[in-house]
Design a protein around this ligand. Structure first.
Ligand SMILES: Nc1ncnc2c1ncn2[C@@H]1O[C@H](COP(=O)(O)OS(=O)(=O)O)[C@@H](OP(=O)(O)O)[C@H]1O
Ligand SMILES: Nc1ncnc2c1ncn2[C@@H]1O[C@H](COP(=O)(O)OP(=O)(O)O)[C@@H](O)[C@H]1O
Length: 180
């Protein structure tokens, strides 16, 4: 007979939700934090926007409805992982404040991280060459150019990636997680 009641309970994992424009630095910071947590032996999982869209959300586009579906799907998986004590790092533009609020409120422990760089900076970075195309009108509904981005009003962490280094951002994240 299993003695579930006597087994040690796995603590609820924290969900660290990185939101911001394309090219703001979400993947870079979430990836750096993931590597650091793993090196410290912390059970951590990364749900990155691009990988999610290739798998869990394949076929979804960038209408409000599809973005919200994408964000809710990520939230569902993050919640399952967190329930088992995993620290979950989510990197997704997640542009709509209401949907973010709803999903974040479903986690017992959540940290909203606003990865923030002004439009002119991300346009200059143009990591994937998408801003050039969006500005030329070749990509419809591109966040920050022809589609909205609703910045968090009261994020747990606000990282201005045009003012701080990746290392400084990582240090702030570790501090916020009590891992400094
Ligand atoms: N129209 C439009 N708007 C914004 N982004 C676009 C668009 N089309 C493609 N891409 C690429 O898709 C990545 C964003 O996917 P996300 O899943 O993070 O977006 S969302 O949270 O569902 O809004 C985003 O990746 P990141 O640069 O990593 O943010 C872009 O590379
Ligand atoms: N302080 C910083 N934090 C994060 N990324 C930075 C920072 N400074 C410069 N960058 C650069 O900005 C780019 C961000 O790209 P990426 O992480 O893919 O953004 P996103 O996932 O938000 O689309 C990378 O080329 C990264 O090296």
């Amino acid at each position: 007979m299993t003695q579930t009641a006597e087994r040690p309970q796995v603590g609820t994992g924290q969900v660290v939700w990185f939101t911001g424009l394309s090219g703001a630095g979400k993947s870079t910071l979430a990836g750096a934090l993931h590597a650091e947590l793993q090196a410290r032996g912390v059970a951590a999982e990364l749900l990155d926007g691009d990988a999610v869209r290739e798998n869990l959300s394949r076929g979804l586009g960038f209408s409000r409805e599809d973005r919200d579906t994408n964000v809710r799907r990520i939230g569902f998986v993050a919640g399952l992982l967190a329930k088992h004590g995993v620290t979950v790092l989510v990197s997704a533009i997640s542009p709509y404040a209401d949907t973010r609020r709803e999903v974040l409120a479903s986690f017992p422990r959540a940290l909203e991280v606003f990865v923030d760089a002004p439009l002119d900076v991300v346009t200059q970075r143009d990591v994937k060459g998408l801003y050039l195309k969006a500005i030329a009108g070749e990509i419809a509904h591109f966040t920050g150019v022809s589609d909205p981005y609703e910045a968090p009003e009261n994020p747990d962490l606000h990282l201005r990636t045009d003012r701080i280094s990746v290392r400084q951002g990582l240090d702030e994240l570790l501090r916020a997680l009590g891992e400094a």
